[in-house]
Design a protein around this ligand. Sequence first.
Ligand SMILES: Nc1ncnc2c1ncn2[C@@H]1O[C@H](COP(=O)(O)OP(=O)(O)OP(=O)(O)O)[C@@H](O)[C@H]1O
Ligand SMILES: [Mg+2]
Length: 251
Amino acid sequence: MPEINIENLTHTFGKGQPNELTVLDNINLTFESGSFNAIVGTSGCGKSTLLKMMAGLFTPSDGSMKLDDKVIQGTDRRRGMVFQQDAVFPWMTVAKNISYGPRLRGASAAQQREIEAKWTQAVGLKGFEDRWPRELSGGMRKRVDIGRVYANDPDVLLMDEPFGALDAQTKERMQSDLLDTWSQSRKTVVFVTHDLEEAIFLADKIVVMSARPGRVHHIETVSLPRPRTDAMRLTDEFIQIKRRLWEMLDH
Ligand SMILES: Nc1ncnc2c1ncn2[C@@H]1O[C@H](COP(=O)(O)OP(=O)(O)OP(=O)(O)O)[C@@H](O)[C@H]1O
Ligand SMILES: [Mg+2]
């Protein structure tokens, strides 16, 4: 699985124009191959921008972002992204949204059905296969998005607050399911969240960013054993990390 290296990355939107805005300042980070990484930081500190760069949607104005020593340029199926705003196709049913990527790459009808069944079930949408996005709640649409990205089986999974719109129980289930999926395939994951508990529960490494322009303020290594269990949320170690991170964030 691939490793991501970010070196001396600075990004200014509208560089050279009167309204230029530097959103990321001298970021240096490594996301090791097969690791689960979280990014936390206050609203507007550049988390989505950084993730979109990893997806290949923007190029940094300075510095570099590499995947396995190759500069990231343009989008690639190997880097799957779940966007902060859901990106389902309104003209496709739930099942067709989920099998979109494999269908584009020529999967047979039988393969598509298999993928649709597997991932609608995995994201808790069994029974909704033939529904249209407009007939779903916001959280359900989000789950279609997640299913569609999972179905593409990328090597790098970039997730921008994917569970933000879900209720606490669904969220915890989706977190555990994500860890199961990850432990079977060991994708390199970069997961943006505002939820410290979610970051600690999921990640090996948590990057804490400071407010705009976003800088790397702290890197927390989470050494809770795997597989992670819900009971770990109540351990001293978990609570201490949560307190430490909470105090670091700008309030
Ligand atoms: N395409 C763009 N053009 C100009 N400015 C942009 C663009 N995209 C983002 N920005 C600005 O960059 C800054 C960082 O935005 P970004 O979406 O990366 O923040 P974020 O950390 O993801 O915030 P949130 O937690 O609210 O999602 C913001 O001030 C935003 O206005
Ligand atoms: Mg964002």
